[in-house]
Design a protein around this ligand. Structure first.
Ligand SMILES: [Zn+2]
Length: 271
């Protein structure tokens, strides 16, 4: 399996996968570096919904568009409500949620497109981004996997819609799990620990216990979910960088106690 790299090219360092790019897929995950926001949002905050100044966020988004070699209006954002709902987008949705928060596609946490030049954009500060690519039917999907989306198995829902709409077979699909909060830092309550155990009773090693504290490995859980639905382990790439452990690289909702910026995941088929 080929791995992710940190692309240090100016102006925005970002994580990407060369073997996906070689197949005509445009994808990346930003760091917090290279933007104009200040304070808790320093510097590349890409979230419009977190209390930062709108004009600074839009400048940050324009910088991202330049790195993606696209226009702002080629991107599509969904509301990200920590649910399990999936939508298919095309040219008609271009620009939704990019200049204004209130026209993001409402109620969705995963987006699918088969339209070259339409870029799925989603925002993160600890939740885990999952990217899916079907090289046979030329379809991509992006799923926001926080703990609620993981419990809702949103990636399974996503693959089901890709299959229904485009014929995607999981055993031919590729997946990339990007940076999120790691098992080092994602402490959970005993109640949530019980719910995770009830949802995934066969996977004993996704929660580790230290003294009275329980830690959940969201990345490993999502990798198991993808494998269980039929994606081959060799086709799953994982970036295990913990967003909470790397304050120089990433915003972290947990570490920064809620007042923080957002990184972005982007994914599209090159025109
Ligand atoms: Zn950590």
């Amino acid at each position: 399996m080929q791995d992710w790299i940190m692309c240090e090219s100016e102006p925005l360092p970002h994580i990407t996968l060369p073997h996906w790019q070689n197949e005509g897929v445009a994808l990346g995950f930003t760091t917090r570096q290279g933007g104009v926001s200040q304070g808790n949002y320093k510097s590349l905050n890409l979230g419009l919904h977190v209390g930062d100044q709108e004009e600074l966020v839009l400048e940050n988004r324009r910088r991202l568009a330049a790195v993606m070699a696209s226009g702002l209006d080629d991107m599509v954002c969904c509301e990200q409500v920590h649910g399990g709902e999936v939508t298919v987008v095309g040219t008609g949705e271009r620009g939704r949620g990019i200049r204004r928060l209130d026209d993001a596609l409402p109620g969705y946490d995963a987006m699918i497109t088969a339209e070259p030049g339409v870029y799925l954009l989603s925002f993160y500060a600890d939740c885990v981004p999952v990217y899916i690519f079907d090289p046979v039917h030329r379809v991509v999907a992006s799923a926001h996997c926080g703990w609620k989306g993981t419990m809702a198995r949103i990636t399974v829902n996503t693959l089901a819609v890709m299959n229904r709409e485009f014929g995607t077979q999981a055993d031919a699909a590729w997946a990339f799990i990007g940076p999120g909060i790691g098992p080092c830092c994602f402490q959970i309550s005993p109640d949530l620990g019980r719910r995770v155990h009830d949802e995934f009773p066969e996977w004993h090693d996704i929660i580790s216990t230290t003294g009275d504290s329980q830690y959940w490995n969201l990345t490993a859980t999502n990798a198991r979910i993808l494998q269980a639905v039929g994606i081959k382990p060799d086709n799953i790439a994982i970036c295990e960088l913990c967003t909470a452990c790397h304050p120089e690289l990433f915003f972290s909702f947990r570490r920064d106690r809620g007042e923080t910026g957002r990184m972005a995941a982007w994914l599209g088929l090159q025109r």
